[in-house]
Write a protein of this length. Structure first.
Ligand code: F6R
Length: 246
């Protein structure tokens, strides 16, 4: 496992930035998560879906095979589509069960997604809060499905997905953006920032503009991920392309 030098300096001194080759991102991020699991084997892990964290989840499963006890974790997802049945393979519940809970040996009873209870923020609080939240970043700077313009103080709620996000996710819906749900339920920006720690995974040039703005630009609701500058314990694991250094 190797990391690479990075020129970009995050605006927040509390943001730890680790650059890694694209094929090592997941393994590097998995070490950050494995450290959390070792410290809090019965803790709450916040789960992002999508492509970015897939190699992280594979890396975490490898840690389990090597003896890391992941079975006691509780999983709380960032978001879920509105209007997709929970057992639909395209639902985020299906994603979390298949890619995270299954490989980590976590029973479905300890997998939670927005929309399954009236007050998701209250559910998270009743579980003791998220210990470590995994996030990706949208090409438009979203975290969760907090699209540009979302209030930095937002809590879990139903949101309209932008045309850009529906286009980006069309690959999971037969390539047809019109087939992507118009709405999703997402943890709010404040909900995400309530997590004790956050680890972001970002890969590829399509993320560069948003990631550089989030790390070095002003904190603004126009770039929802910029809110992470206000968080005390953020680790960003990114490749050179995502950092605009390629
Ligand atoms: C997924 C989520 C989104 C994604 C983002 C990047 O649960 O909340 O914010 O992290 O859209 O998606 P990928 O990783 O597929 O590029």
């Amino acid at each position: 496992m190797s990391t690479t030098a990075v020129r970009l300096r995050p605006a927040s001194p509390r943001t730890r930035l680790i650059a890694a080759p694209p094929d090592q991102l997941g393994a590097v991020a998995a070490v950050v998560v494995a450290d959390f699991v070792r410290a809090q084997p019965n803790g709450v892990l916040g789960i992002a879906t999508g492509a970015s964290p897939m190699s992280l989840y594979r890396g975490l499963a490898a840690h389990r095979l090597a003896g890391l006890a992941t079975e006691g974790l509780t999983l709380c997802a960032l978001d879920e589509y509105v209007g997709i049945a929970p057992d639909d393979p395209r639902s985020y519940r299906s994603y979390v069960l298949k890619n995270v809970a299954g490989p980590l040996g976590i029973p479905a009873e300890r997998v939670h997604l927005p929309g399954e209870v009236d007050d998701y923020d209250q559910l998270i609080a009743s579980l003791g809060g998220v210990g470590l939240q995994i996030v990706g970043i949208g090409g438009n700077g979203h975290i969760g499905f907090n699209e540009p313009g979302s209030a930095l103080e937002s809590s879990t709620r139903v949101v309209e997905l932008t045309a850009e996000t529906r286009q980006a996710n069309a690959r999971y819906f037969g390539g047809d953006p019109a087939a992507v749900p118009q709405q999703a339920m997402t943890q709010g920006i404040r909900t995400i920032c309530n997590a004790a720690g956050i680890v972001m995974v970002a890969s590829g040039a399509a993320k560069a503009q948003a990631l550089v703005a989030a790390l070095t630009g002003p904190v603004t609701s126009q770039v929802p991920a910029s809110a992470l500058q206000l968080h005390p314990a953020v680790t960003v694991v990114a490749d050179a392309a995502a950092l605009g250094e390629e």
